[in-house]
Design a protein around this ligand. Sequence first.
Ligand SMILES: [Zn+2]
Length: 79
Amino acid sequence: MISVSLISLIAYFLSVPLTIIMILWLYDDEKRSFGKIVPTKKTMCECDICLYHFTADKEDKFVRCPQCGNLMERKGAKR
Ligand SMILES: [Zn+2]
């Protein structure tokens, strides 16, 4: 007959569910963070006047602020 100590039984019945919970937690966290990343052709811009943040196409040389209507040249835009 196999003899198992009480400490081994307690360790087994504690470690197996905790391991399963940790794997599920990591899987769910990975799945959730993966969904937040969306490939897009837009980048963030900041208005020089009102400091409003908005998105604009990477290709646009000039962008207009949707908040105040300021037309400004993109920093680092392709020419
Ligand atoms: Zn603005």
